[in-house]
Ligand binder design. Structure first.
Ligand code: FAD
Ligand code: NAD
Length: 473
């Protein structure tokens, strides 16, 4: 009998499995996914078709765009760079293969039993696994469900993974579509839109909502919209897609705007309208488990389901669908199974959009604080006043620090600009330790770094920034 059986080997499942084994628990991790050559595939969405391949392409396309558009700003003249998309894809696939093989290696090193097949929870002590159409029952003391998520499909734009694709298909194009349409101006639309726009596609994004990035700081959303339109993403808000038809030549997309019906003709269409929990056929009707109205597995703050000894973590439960949130939940759960005290600070899960410049934030934004009636003060620092940002030619955007009006405790850090993800990560560390804006202001930051913008924004909260006129709120 296993101490813990984990269903799914994405960042929630594989991290939970390794930590469980480190804690001395007899651990198995079940994964159903196989690649096109029939090889078992560890790593889940994140490593295979999500975070990692998208970042590999974001990096490659950024280098191309730099060589094409910005080298000459630095006095470097090169002949027009040539694209080799199959080679770019091969590099991306190599990165993925290296990391997924790494998970296999870590399983072996930590003595995690990997089982390849489709799992179904029968009850809190039994999991059925279908391996080559044969059923096997695995006995366990605890079950952790980490079955992840899948792209949402919309009936008006049926995916054929050739001309109308989801995010997985959009990571596999073997040539640059001349005209690319994207449904959804969310994280995937912006990141994959950026990849293909940098490589030369004429990109049009159709977003249903009238608001752009409503979850971000409002000034950042406004600036980001302006910047990405400038970069050629052509973001159209308030568009209700009514049809998408692929023909031999192109894809015709029909959509409604306030002023009436419109049509967009593109070579490829990406549907990126969100993801849904992957819970189909996951448990037996007698297991005692039930899904909520959106298909998520209901859990409490410790990721316990309603059935004792069955836990659920990652994209399959409430909260942001992010790899780092998934992994931390996985660790928390197996630590609790091992009898340790562990909890998640859900307020401190950072968000990042890996565009160029990056967009990142942690904690609350001003609108959320105002809605909750919490009094706050904020300070901002523009990268245009950062020596390092100017030296690298990356001076778009700003950092904002928000603090409690009375206690000065940091409540949020928001950034749009160079290395925004890493800058906000420093805010996460500060907030984890309950820092005040003054604490950050008293911290020594290396010069010249773009992180100094965080230092200055924190000082600006109390009107003490050095390199700008202070904008105290
Ligand atoms: P998953 O990674 O989805 O893994 C679940 C695993 O469970 C899968 O391997 C699946 O095959 C397996 N499984 C499902 N059912 C069964 C079953 N019955 N039996 C056995 N196995 C089963 N997040 C970030 O934080 N940063 C990013 O930069 C980022 N970029 C992304 C880019 C794209 C294009 C996409 C699509 C997503 C991105 N995400 C990113 C989101 C991130 O990938 C997910 O939040 C993360 O993978 C969730 O981890 P998980 O372990 O919960 O689920
Ligand atoms: P999303 O929720 O970020 O964005 C979807 C967008 O599509 C929204 O703006 C929504 O209003 C719009 N939309 C929904 N239905 C529509 C319709 N019918 N027509 C037009 N627009 C429509 O979802 P996503 O971009 O698909 O990403 C899925 C998940 O993957 C996200 O929750 C995110 O957490 C995760 N992800 C994270 C990263 C990262 O952390 N950098 C990167 C990629 C994906």
């Amino acid at each position: 009998m296993f101490d813990v059986v984990i269903i799914g080997s994405g960042p929630a499942g594989y991290v939970a499995a390794i930590r469980a084994a480190q804690l001395g628990l007899n651990t198995a991790c079940i994964e159903k996914s196989f690649d096109s050559e029939g090889k078992s595939q560890l790593g889940g969405t994140c490593l295979n078709v999500g975070c990692i391949p998208s970042k590999a392409l974001l990096d490659s396309s950024h280098r191309y765009s730099d060589a094409l558009n910005h080298f000459s700003d630095h006095g470097i003249e090169v002949s027009k760079p040539k694209l080799d998309i199959p080679k770019m894809m091969e590099r991306k696939n190599k990165v993925v293969a290296q990391l997924t093989a790494g998970v296999g290696g870590l399983f072996k090193a930590n003595k995690v039993t990997a089982i390849f097949g489709e799992a179904k929870v029968l009850n809190s002590n039994q999991v059925e696994v279908l391996i080559d159409n044969k059923s096997e029952i695995i006995e366990t003391k605890n079950i952790v469900i980490a079955s992840g998520s899948l792209p949402i499909n919309i009936p008006v734009a049926p995916i054929d993974q050739k001309n109308i694709v989801d995010s997985t298909g959009a990571l596999e194009f073997l040539s640059v579509p001349k005209k690319l349409g994207i449904i959804g101006a969310g994280v995937i639309g912006l990141e994959l839109g950026s990849v293909w726009a940098r490589l030369g596609s004429e990109v049009t994004i159709l977003e249903a909502m009238d608001d752009f990035l409503p979850m971000a700081d409002h000034k950042i959303s406004k600036d980001v919209l302006k910047e990405f339109n400038k970069q050629g993403l052509n973001i159209n808000l308030g568009c209700k897609v009514t049809s998408a038809k692929a023909t031999a030549k192109n894809v015709k997309v029909g959509f409604k705007k306030k002023d009436g019906d419109e049509e967009l003709i593109v070579d490829k269409l990406i549907v990126a309208v969100g993801r849904k929990p992957n819970t189909a056929n996951l448990f037996d009707e007698n297991s005692g488990l039930a899904l909520d109205e959106k298909g998520f597995i209901p859990v409490n703050d410790f990721c316990e389901t309603e059935v004792k000894n069955i836990w659920a973590v990652g994209d399959v439960v409430r909260g942001p669908m992010l790899a780092h949130k998934a992994s931390e939940e996985g660790i928390m759960v197996v630590e609790r199974i091992a009898g340790k005290h562990a909890e998640m600070h859900y307020d401190l899960v950072p968000s990042v959009i890996y565009t160029h410049p990056e967009v990142a934030w942690v904690g609350k934004n001003e609108a959320e604080l105002s809605e909750s009636g919490i009094e706050f003060k904020s300070g901002s620092f523009p990268f245009a006043a950062s020596g390092r940002a100017l030296a690298t030619g990356e001076s778009t955007g700003f950092v904002k620090v928000i603090a409690d009006k009375k206690t000065d405790t940091i409540l949020g850090v928001h950034a749009f600009g160079p290395s925004a993800a890493d800058i906000v990560q420093q805010g996460v560390v500060a907030m984890e330790f309950g820092a005040s804006a003054e604490d950050l202001g008293l911290t020594i930051f290396s010069h010249p770094t773009v992180s100094e913008a965080l230092h200055e924004a924190a000082m600006a909260v109390n009107g003490n920034a050095i390199h700008i006129g202070n904008r105290k709120k």
